[in-house]
Design a binder for this molecule. Structure first.
Ligand SMILES: *Cc1c(COP(=O)(O)O)cnc(C)c1O
Length: 394
C-alpha cells in the first residue's frame, strides 16, 4: 500500500492523487481500497503499537487517504483524518498548554475563531488576534516585550473570506524563535497549490469537506505533520475525544481526491478569468483575488503558492434605493447557475454573502460576497453573473 514502494518522491502531485493508497498489486486484489465496516478487530494478546484494536483507534478505510494526504503535503508521516475540519481544529488547539498564548488571524475561519474565543473565555488559553498580512504586528504579538511569548501561531493564508496573505516563511521562523508551534489551515489552497510544511509550518490543517473531497457530499477534516511527537499527541487526542471519520466518508474522500489535480487546474483558471472581468464591472465596488496584479497580497502569494486558488470576493455597489447588504442579497438571488449556499471547494460554483452568518466578524463588509468557483464552463458562469449583476442597475 505504501507509496514509498513506488518511489513517491519522484512522482508529481498530479500522479500521487491518482496512484497513492492503492491495495497491493496481487492477483484478484481490488484496485480500490474497500470500505471496512467494523467497530472492533480480532485480537487475543495485549494490544501493541500498530494493532487496530477497536474502531475508534483506527480503520483500514482511513489509511489510504491519510497516506495520500501526507505525501501530497510533503510530510514524512501519514496524515490524520477527523470527523470534520473543526474536529481537526479542536485536536490542533489541544497542543496548547494550559494558559498558553495563541496568535490567530482576526479573519480566520469563523468556527476556528469561535472555538479559540470560547476556550479563552473559559481561561484555558489566551487569544491574540491580528491582521495576519501585517508581518510586523504578528511578530510583536508572538513575543511582546515584557509579555508572555506565544505557544502557538495559527495561520490561514489566504484568509477566509478576506483573502489576506500571510508571509508564512517569515512568520514560521519568528514563531519558532518565540518557542511557538505553527499550525496552518491550508483548506483554501490544498497541497497542490501551497505546501505549508515546506514553508516552515509544523502542522497543516484541512477541512477535507472542501477541495480534497470536492463534491459537497461529505464533512471531514485532517491534520498532517512530520513531527512524530506531535502526531502521537494528535492521534491520542483523536482516540480519547473521539472525533473520528466514518468509513464511508473516508472512502468518498479518497474517491474525490483522485480528480483533485484536474479540478484545481480548471477552477483556478476560471477564477482568474472571472476575477479579471469582475474587476472592470461597474456594479462591483471592489474585488479581492490574490491573482490580480493589483491585489495587495499578489507578490507574496506568488512567492509561496502555485497559482492563486479559486475563491474570490467582491463587494457589490449599492443599487439605487438598496443598502449594500440588500444589493448583495439581490445579486445572489438573481443567479440561476451559481448555487446560493455556504461552503466552498466543490465541483459546483457556490456563492454567499458572508455577513448573513451571525458569527462572521463585523470587520467583514456587509456587501461582501464570496464566490467559490467550480468546474463548470467558465462562459456559462460569467453569463449567469452578468445577468444577475444587470438586475442591480439603476
Ligand atoms: C470549512 C472550513 C473549516 C471547518 O471545516 P468543517 O469541515 O466545516 O468542520 C475550517 N477552515 C476553513 C478554512 C474552512 O473553510
Amino acid at each position: 500500500m505504501s507509496l514509498s514502494e513506488l518511489h513517491a518522491a519522484s512522482l508529481s502531485p498530479e500522479t500521487v492523487v491518482v496512484a497513492a493508497g492503492r491495495p497491493p498489486r496481487e492477483r484478484d486484489e481490488p484496485v480500490n481500497p474497500p470500505i471496512v465496516l467494523s467497530s472492533t478487530y480480532f485480537g487475543t494478546g495485549q494490544l501493541g503499537d500498530g494493532d487496530r484494536g477497536y474502531g475508534r483507534y483506527s480503520n483500514p478505510t482511513w489509511d489510504p487517504f491519510e497516506e495520500a494526504l501526507g505525501q501530497l503535503e510533503g510530510a514524512t508521516l501519514p496524515g490524520l483524518l477527523y470527523a470534520s475540519g473543526l474536529a481537526a481544529v479542536s485536536s490542533a488547539l489541544s497542543l496548547v498548554p494550559a494558559g498558553g498564548v495563541v496568535v490567530m488571524p482576526s479573519h480566520s475561519y469563523a468556527g476556528s475563531l469561535v472555538m479559540a474565543t470560547e476556550l479563552a473565555e473559559k481561561g484555558f488559553l489566551e487569544l491574540r488576534t491580528v491582521d495576519i498580512s501585517d508581518t510586523d504586528a504578528v511578530m510583536e504579538l508572538l513575543a511582546p516585550e515584557g509579555g508572555k511569548a506565544a505557544s502557538m501561531l495559527w495561520l490561514e493564508s489566504p484568509t477566509n473570506p478576506m483573502l489576506g496573505i500571510a508571509d508564512i516563511r517569515a512568520l514560521a521562523t519568528a514563531a519558532h524563535q518565540a518557542g511557538a508551534i505553527v499550525v496552518t489551515d491550508n483548506t483554501f489552497s490544498t497541497p497542490l497549490v501551497q505546501q505549508p510544511l515546506s514553508l516552515g509550518s509544523d502542522v497543516v490543517l484541512h477541512s477535507v469537506t472542501k477541495y480534497l473531497a470536492g463534491h459537497s457530499d461529505v464533512v471531514l477534516g485532517a491534520l498532517v505533520t512530520s513531527d512524530p511527537q506531535l502526531r502521537e499527541a494528535l492521534l491520542h487526542h483523536r482516540i480519547i475525544h473521539g472525533g473520528i471519520a466514518g468509513p464511508f466518508e473516508a472512502w468518498l474522500a479518497l474517491r474525490g481526491l483522485r480528480t483533485l489535480a484536474l479540478r484545481i487546474d480548471r477552477s483556478q483558471a476560471s477564477a482568474a478569468l472571472l476575477a479579471e472581468r469582475l474587476s472592470h464591472h461597474p456594479r462591483i465596488e471592489s474585488i479581492r483575488f490574490p491573482g490580480l496584479s493589483t491585489d495587495p497580497g499578489h507578490e507574496r502569494a506568488k512567492s509561496q503558492m502555485k497559482g492563486f486558488g479559486s475563491i474570490l470576493c467582491i463587494q457589490v455597489s449599492p443599487a439605487s434605493g438598496l443598502s449594500g447588504a440588500d444589493s448583495a442579497d439581490k445579486l445572489v438571488r438573481a443567479l440561476q447557475l451559481w448555487l446560493p449556499a455556504t461552503s466552498l471547494g466543490g465541483v459546483e460554483s457556490l456563492i454567499e454573502r458572508r455577513r448573513r452568518h451571525a458569527a462572521e466578524p463585523l470587520s467583514v463588509p456587509e456587501n461582501l460576497v464570496r464566490l467559490s468557483v467550480g468546474i463548470e464552463n467558465v462562459e456559462d458562469l460569467w453569463a449567469d453573473l452578468e445577468q444577475a449583476l444587470d438586475t442591480l442597475e439603476g
